[in-house]
Ligand binder design. Structure first.
Ligand code: WTA
Length: 655
C-alpha cells in the first residue's frame, strides 16, 4: 500500500465507555508511561496482572543483552495463576471451557473441574518421574485434555513443547530429539471433518525412526478408541494414569525466567527453531493482551479458532483467557464441516462475543458463502458478537470488509493483530475502544512495544517509506533463546548491524499521515501459507532428500487468493525432464514425499520441472527470477548475470 495517496478513511472506534482502554488519549497515556519508564511500566502491570509467590524486586535486566530477563527474582506458578487463582476469586463454578467436538457434542468444564483435572494429570506426570525442567512433547488433538496437559506441565515446572497434529513422524521425531523430551502426551486418534486421523501411530513411527531414547513414557488420551499399537513398557493410557491420582497438586513455584515452553517454528534455514519462552513475562503479556486487545470482560465468551499446536493457541487458548478467568470455546473440528456455516452456527449456539480467527479461514468461508447462500453468515444470529480479531497473515481489505459487514454487522471493531511465535503475544494491534481502524493495517504498537521501521543499518526511515520492522526495546514476553542454540538466537534476531534492535523478519511501512503500520511480508525465506509459517529451505531439503528422484530443488512463494501464499517448487530430476502425465505423476509423488517428510501443510501446490535452475555464473540460484516465474509475470529484472536464460521459458510451463 502506498501511503501518500488518499488513504481509506479511518473507521472510528465505537464509543465503548467501559472499554479497558477507552479513547486514543488513554492509549497515548499508556504509551507515554512506558516511554518515561519502560521497566517501571511493565513492572506495574506485572504486579497488577499476575499473582507472585515471591514478589520481584527488579523489572528488566539487560546486563547480558540480548539475553534479556524480566522480573527474575520473582517466583510464581503459571497454572496457579490460571486456575487456583480463579477458584480463590470465587470463579470456581464459572465455565472455563466450552468444548465442541467435531460431531457437535458439547462439554463444559468449570474452573474448579479444570483445576482438578490439571492436578490429577500433574500428579500422574510426577508419578512417572517427570520433574521440573524436563521437557514433555504434546502431540494432541484439539481437546480439553490438550489444554490440561499444558497446564499440568506448567504446574510441575516441566517445559512443554506442543507439536501440531499435522506434522509428520519425521518432523515429530526431530522435535522430540531436539527438545530431549522425557515423555510424549498424545491421543489415539484425532477427529477432524468427520474423519479419524492417527496420532499415536505417528508417535510410534517417530520413535521408531530412532534418536528418541530420552522418551520414557508415551501417555495416550483415548479419543476414539480406534485400533493402535502398544508398547507395554512405554505406553500408558491417560485415564488409567490419572484415575487414582489426587486432585490436588502443590504447584512448583518457579522463577519468572523458568522456561514455560519451547515451540518450534520455521526460520530461513532448514532446521526449525525451538523458540523458548519464559513463565512470568510470557504470562503477563498473554493476560494483558487478551484483556486489552479483545477488551475482555467477565461476561464475554471468547473464541480463538487456532490450534494449540501454534503460538496463537498457546497464548489465546491455553494461557491468556484462563489467566483472566474468562469463558472460552475450544473447537476440535474444521470450519467447513459438516458445512461452511459451522463457525457461524457455533457463534450463535455459544453466544460468542469475541471471535478471533485467521484471514485464510475468512477467505475460504467467503468463497463458500458466495457459492451457497445456506452457509452465509446472515443466515445465523450473530448478534452476540462485539469484537472480531484476525491473526497470522495480512488481512486483505476485501476480506476485512466482508468480515466487518457480514460477520460483525458493521458494528464490531476488527483487531488485526500482528505478532509472531517469538513475540509471545500481540505487538502491533488496534485496541477496540481506542484505535480508529483502517482495513488492511494492524495500526499502532501495543502500549510498551517499541516497534519501528529502519533500514539495513538500523537507522529510522521516515513514515511513508518501507523498511525493516524492528522492536527497539526488549519486552516481557519476548523469545528468550533458541532451545540449545543461543548463537543462532543472536544471529537470527539481533544481527550486529541493527544496533541491538529485535529483527522481526517482516517488512513494513508506516502511513505518512497516521503513522499506521502495514506489514508488507517476510523479508527472509519464510513463507506464510494459510497462516502457517514454512521455511523454503525446509521444503527444499525435504525435496532433495528424495535422493532416488531429485537432483536439485528451489522453493519460492507466490500470491494465492485463498491461502495468502502458495508453495511453488522448481525441481531438477535425476532423470530426463518429464512432461504431460508423467510430470503430473511425479509431481504427486513428490507432494506425498514432502507430506511424509514435514507434514501435509508443506505440500507444494505447484511443482515445475526443468533441465536446470536459473543460476548465476558462480552457480547461485536466482530466486527472484523464480518468484516472477511462479507468479507468471513477465521477467523485468536484470538477467545479465544469468548463465542459462533459456531455462526460464521451460520453467514457466505448468504441469
Ligand atoms: C505474519 C503467528 C500481517 C508475519 C501469530 C509474522 C502477520 C508471521 C500478522 C508470524 C498480521 C502474523 N498481519 N502479517 N496481523 N500476524 N503475521 O510465528 O509475517 O506463526 O512474521 O505467529 O506471520 O507467524 P507465527
Amino acid at each position: 500500500m502506498s501511503s501518500n495517496e488518499a488513504a481509506t478513511p479511518l473507521i472510528p472506534a465505537p464509543d465503548m465507555k467501559d472499554a479497558h482502554v477507552y479513547g486514543m488519549q488513554a492509549y497515548e497515556k499508556l504509551v507515554a508511561e512506558a516511554e518515561a519508564d519502560h521497566s517501571g511500566y511493565w513492572s506495574r502491570l506485572a504486579r497488577e496482572f499476575l499473582s507472585w509467590k515471591t514478589p520481584f524486586t527488579r523489572g528488566l535486566d539487560d546486563s547480558r543483552a540480548p539475553f534479556f530477563k524480566w522480573f527474575e527474582d520473582g517466583t510464581l506458578n503459571v497454572s496457579w495463576n490460571c486456575l487456583d487463582r480463579q477458584v480463590e476469586r470465587g470463579l470456581g463454578d464459572k465455565t472455563a471451557i466450552i468444548f465442541e467436538a467435531d460431531d457437535g457434542q458439547v462439554t463444559r468444564v468449570s474452573y474448579r473441574e479444570l483445576l482438578a483435572r490439571t492436578g490429577r494429570m500433574a500428579n500422574a506426570l510426577k508419578a512417572r518421574g517427570v520433574k521440573k525442567g524436563d521437557r514433555v512433547v504434546i502431540y494432541m488433538s484439539m481437546s480439553i485434555e490438550g489444554v490440561v496437559a499444558m497446564q499440568a506441565c506448567a504446574r510441575i515446572g516441566a517445559t512443554h513443547s506442543v507439536v501440531f497434529g499435522g506434522f509428520s513422524a519425521q518432523s515429530l521425531r526431530d522435535r522430540i530429539q531436539d527438545a530431549g523430551a522425557v515423555m510424549v502426551v498424545t491421543a489415539d486418534e484425532q477427529v477432524r471433518g468427520g474423519k479419524q486421523l492417527p496420532l499415536k501411530a505417528i508417535v510410534d513411527d517417530a520413535i521408531a525412526l530412532g534418536g528418541c531414547e530420552s522418551v520414557k513414557n508415551v501417555v495416550v488420551y483415548r479419543r476414539t478408541g480406534g485400533p493402535i499399537g502398544w508398547v507395554p513398557s512405554r505406553d500408558r493410557w491417560l485415564h488409567e494414569e490419572t484415575q487414582a491420582q489426587p486432585e490436588t497438586c502443590e504447584p512448583e513455584w518457579v522463577g519468572a525466567e523458568h522456561p514455560l515452553f519451547v515451540l518450534y517454528t520455521s526460520g530461513s534455514t532448514g532446521k526449525p527453531k525451538g523458540v523458548q519462552h519464559s513463565s512470568g513475562g510470557y504470562l503477563l503479556h498473554a493476560a494483558l493482551t487478551t484483556k486489552w486487545t479483545f477488551d475482555l470482560k467477565p461476561a464475554d465468551v471468547f473464541w480463538c479458532t487456532a490450534d494449540i499446536g501454534w503460538v496463537t493457541g498457546h497464548t489465546y487458548i491455553a494461557y491468556g483467557p484462563l489467566a483472566l478467568g474468562a469463558t472460552e470455546v475450544v473447537f476440535e473440528g474444521v470450519p467447513t464441516y459438516p458445512d461452511a456455516g459451522r463457525f457461524w452456527k457455533m457463534i450463535q449456539d455459544h453466544k460468542v462475543s469475541v471471535f478471533y480467527t485467521a484471514p485464510t479461514a475468512i477467505r475460504s468461508l467467503i468463497k463458500a458463502a458466495e457459492g451457497n447462500a445456506a452457509v452465509h453468515p446472515k443466515r445465523y444470529d450473530l448478534s452476540s458478537l462485539r469484537i472480531l480479531g484476525s491473526v497470522g497473515e495480512p488481512i486483505n481489505p476485501a476480506a476485512w470488509e466482508w468480515f466487518h459487514h457480514h460477520v460483525g454487522g458493521g458494528l464490531c471493531p476488527i483487531v488485526d493483530t500482528f505478532w509472531q511465535t517469538e513475540t509471545g503475544g500481540h505487538m502491533i494491534t488496534p485496541l477496540p475502544g481506542a484505535t480508529p481502524l483502517v482495513p488492511g493495517s494492524c495500526t499502532l504498537p501495543f502500549p510498551g512495544i517499541a516497534a519501528a521501521i529502519v533500514d539495513e543499518t538500523g537507522a529510522d526511515v521516515p513514515n511513508g517509506q518501507g523498511g525493516i520492522l524492528v522492536v527497539k526495546k526488549p519486552w516481557p514476553s519476548m523469545i528468550r533463546t533458541i532451545w540449545g542454540d543461543p548463537e543462532r538466537f543472536k544471529a537470527s534476531y539481533y544481527p550486529p548491524e541493527l544496533k541491538g534492535f529485535y529483527l522481526a523478519g517482516d517488512g513494513a511501512i508506516r502511513d505518512a499521515k497516521t503513522g499506521y503500520f502495514t506489514i508488507t511480508g517476510r523479508i527472509d525465506d519464510v513463507l506464510n501459507v494459510s497462516g502457517h509459517r514454512m521455511g523454503t529451505m525446509e521444503i527444499e531439503s525435504a525435496l532433495v532428500s528424495c535422493t532416488a528422484l531429485v537432483a536439485e530443488a528451489a522453493v519460492v512463494g507466490r500470491p494465492d487468493d485463498t491461502t495468502g501464499e502458495a508453495i511453488c517448487a522448481f525441481v531438477v530430476l535425476k532423470r530426463a525432464r518429464p512432461t504431460g502425465d508423467e510430470a503430473k505423476k511425479i509431481a504427486n509423488e513428490l507432494r506425498n514425499w514432502v507430506a511424509k517428510e514435514i507434514g501435509p501443510i508443506a505440500k507444494p501446490k505447484d511443482i515445475r520441472f526443468g533441465d536446470n535452475l536459473p543460476k548465476t555464473r558462480s552457480g547461485k540460484i536466482m530466486r527472484r527470477l523464480l518468484r516472477s516465474v511462479a507468479k507468471g509475470e513477465p521477467i523485468t529484472q536484470d538477467t545479465s548475470t544469468l548463465e542459462n536464460p533459456a531455462i526460464l521459458a521451460q520453467l514457466s510451463e505448468r504441469n
